[in-house]
Design a protein around this ligand. Structure first.
Ligand code: COA
Length: 317
């Protein structure tokens, strides 16, 4: 059994907030942000919600896959920033697109969320339970940000990406890897706001930027080597490495560790900032729309973030 991405879609809110606009809110500069992160702008939701972003991205992916919504067996939405607790975003999407035969649930593994959701969907395919899944990463991180904290508000953005995944008969084995380390839970944290007094965390995103940076540049290369080893491949055989879009310096350091040219690491963080679980499906959709994903291409997809969590997989397009 082999799962294939047969459709992609994405949606970013209309308001493009560049670094100059941000520098009117906090004491920062375009030069500082670009040199430390590579980010030039991010999209910020004014009227959109995690639900509305998800529905727009989902409709595009379904159209791209040329399927009927009734064919979808499972919808998983990965998000940390939904405006509502109940019902889950995936059920809202199900109703909006008319996926009457789908089971639906949400999942939170922070910036590793899309990877986790993808792996859960494919595990269901391997178990023979489902044929077609819709996996979405959607975030309105602007809901969680302290807009007076220049250490965090410069990094994040809003948006959604969606993929349709279809089960195909093949003997190709696809290596999946997921890890977590809850002892480092404090380095990137945020309370839900409900029963805030009972949570050890604040009501907006707290981040120890240096710790996260050190974690990412150490653990992601290790993760990629683990995936490659399990698949019996070398980094040189991989066409593209699609990494969580957190920071250009992190991605450059990972490319160096792997002795790979940076051109094999496509990025859209310049325009989107870090959109947590939406970053990888939005990148997939950008590349798909630009015709840069050719049949048979070998891809490594990897994410990392709060929890701490990190995970990845090998895919053939
Ligand atoms: N504009 C201008 N100056 C800023 C600033 C901003 N937006 N944010 C912080 N600074 C200042 C600090 O106050 C500090 O000043 P000081 O030396 O006078 O005290 C100085 O810049 C250095 O701060 P520091 O936090 O040490 O910067 P850094 O080099 O570690 O860069 C990050 C900060 C956030 C860019 C970097 O740590 C990073 O990218 N971390 C990973 C974050 C990430 O990807 N998180 C999500 C993972 S999913």
């Amino acid at each position: 059994m082999y799962a294939k991405i047969t459709g992609t879609g994405s949606y970013l809110p209309n308001h493009r907030m560049d670094n100059f606009e941000l520098s009117k809110l906090v004491d920062t500069s375009d030069e500082w942000i670009q040199s430390r992160t590579g980010i030039k702008a991010r999209h910020i939701a004014e009227h959109d919600t995690v639900v509305s972003l998800s529905v727009r991205a989902a409709k595009e992916a379904i159209c791209d896959a040329e399927i009927d919504p009734e064919e979808i067996d499972l919808i998983i939405v990965s998000s940390v920033s939904a405006e509502q607790v109940l019902p889950c975003t995936a059920c809202e999407v199900q109703a909006a697109i008319g996926a009457v035969n789908a089971a639906s649930f949400d999942l939170n593994a922070a910036c590793t969320g899309f990877i986790t959701a993808y792996q859960v969907a494919v595990a269901q395919m391997k178990a023979g339970l489902i044929q077609t899944a819709l996996v979405i990463g959607a975030e309105c991180l602007s809901n969680l940000i302290d807009w007076t904290d220049r250490g965090t508000c410069i990094l994040f953005g809003d948006g959604a990406g969606a993929t349709v995944i279809t089960c195909e008969n093949s003997d190709i084995e696809v290596p999946f890897v997921l890890h977590s380390d809850g002892t480092k839970r404090h380095v990137l944290s945020c309370s839900s706001g409900f029963g805030a007094g009972k949570s050890p965390y604040g009501e907006s995103v707290f981040m120890d930027g240096r710790e996260i940076y050190k974690f990412a540049v150490k653990k992601v290369p290790e993760l990629i080597y683990e995936i490659l080893e399990r698949h019996g491949r070398s980094a040189d055989e991989i066409d593209l490495f699609l990494l969580h879009q957190a920071n250009k310096r992190i991605i450059s350091s990972i490319a160096k560790h792997l002795h790979q040219d940076l051109s094999k690491f496509p990025m859209n963080l310049q325009e989107n900032g870090n959109i947590s679980s939406a970053s990888i499906p939005v990148l997939l959709d950008d590349l798909n729309k630009q015709g840069k994903l050719k049949p048979g291409m070998k891809l490594i997809v990897a994410g990392f973030g709060a929890g701490l969590t990190w995970g990845g997989m090998y895919l053939e397009w």
